[in-house]
Design a protein around this ligand. Structure first.
Ligand SMILES: [Zn+2]
Ligand SMILES: [Zn+2]
Length: 344
């Protein structure tokens, strides 16, 4: 089978790989129909996240179950399915409490030995461990473009909104309008946020956020703090979602949020960050971080997408054959696409 593999920073190639087979009773094999290129794939592409040369990348996928171990009961051979970007065992201390994103045996597709040596989904076929927990049937009539958001990007936007405690009538700011930030805008609106301020410096992304019902704020050309202050009687937003993952964004989030409000860091942090802790303390803010618990949210996200309450379709800007993956990565790296969907 054909698979997209990491070779060296800035180099991916499409190579022949052996077809996977179920190894454990709860493994399934999925023939991939569509697979996304994600911002976290770019970390690998740039060499910031180190993986072995020759490893298959990718973790957003829709396809058909073509083989399943005897322990797979939630889906069957022939089912059209989507999957979560990581696996969870369902049995450890964290899984028993529904904290699947901190599963002690979690493995992330396409991230090399450091995240569980699980080959990625930018391939004709993918092995899916713990298929009962990781896979879901695609609701009837749902396109692949929409379905592949459930197990990663929309699930992450959903997590940011849910964890931060957005309530109907709230004012929310979303910093960073990549696919996750834009999904967070949509979920915040669907949750009943009365005002959503969407902050970024790319005009096209601000336009998409506006079409989702947000008030667009250009980071350089406008004064986000003044706009939020004027719109909230000087208080600040109830919730600020940092979908950037940079200390400057976190510092801005602390400043935009009203006293006793909450800041949710869904953007990735891996290092120390200098922020105004005194301000956070004086304002009595709640600060949360971490990757999304997509396994826990996937059914509700799918239900909302099936009902059309959430619709990531406008985020899919490019469709390309899997064979053109090197070109797709170059386009994505130049920030000329929001979401590229590859088709084997
Ligand atoms: Zn992703
Ligand atoms: Zn677990």
């Amino acid at each position: 089978m054909r698979a997209v593999t990491f070779q060296a920073p800035g180099v991916v190639s499409v190579e022949d790989r052996p077809e996977p087979e179920p190894l454990e009773p709860d493994d399934a094999v999925v023939r991939i129909e569509a697979t996304g290129v994600c911002g976290s794939d770019l970390h690998i592409y740039h060499g910031r996240v180190k993986i072995e040369p020759g490893f298959t990348i990718g973790h957003e996928y829709v396809g058909t179950v073509v083989a399943a171990g005897e322990g797979v009961s939630a889906v069957s051979v022939g089912d059209r399915v989507l999957g979560c970007f990581h696996t969870a065992c369902g049995e450890c201390w964290f899984c028993r409490r529904g904290l699947y994103h901190r599963c002690l045996q979690s493995r992330t597709f396409g991230h090399g030995a450091t995240l569980g040596s699980l080959q990625g989904t930018q391939a004709e076929m993918a092995l899916v461990p713990h298929a009962n927990l990781v896979l879901r049937r695609v609701p009837g009539g749902m396109s692949a473009d929409v379905a592949l958001f459930a197990g990663d990007v929309m699930g992450t936007g959903f997590h940011a909104v849910e964890e931060s405690g957005v309530r109907p009538g709230d004012a929310v700011a979303v910093l960073g309008l990549g696919p996750v930030g834009l999904c967070a805008v949509q979920v915040a609106r669907a949750t009943g946020a009365a005002q959503v301020f969407a902050v970024d410096s790319v005009a096209e992304r601000l336009a998409v956020a506006e079409s989702f019902g947000a008030f667009p704020v250009h980071l350089q050309e406008q004064d986000a703090r003044a706009i939020v202050r004027d719109a909230t009687e000087g208080r600040g937003v109830d919730v600020c979602i940092d979908a950037v993952g940079h200390p400057e964004a976190l510092d801005m989030a602390i400043r935009l949020t009203r006293p006793c409000g909450s800041v949710q860091c869904i953007g990735v942090y891996a290092e120390r960050a200098e922020v105004h802790m005194g301000l956070l303390w004086l304002k009595a803010l709640t600060l949360r971080g971490g990757q999304a618990n997509v396994v826990r949210h996937v059914d509700r996200v799918l239900a909302m997408m099936a009902a059309g309450v959430l619709d990531p379709t406008p985020l899919v800007t490019n469709h390309m054959p899997l064979e053109q993956a090197p070109e797709a990565y170059a386009i994505y790296d130049r920030r000329e696409a929001l979401k590229i969907v590859l088709t084997p």
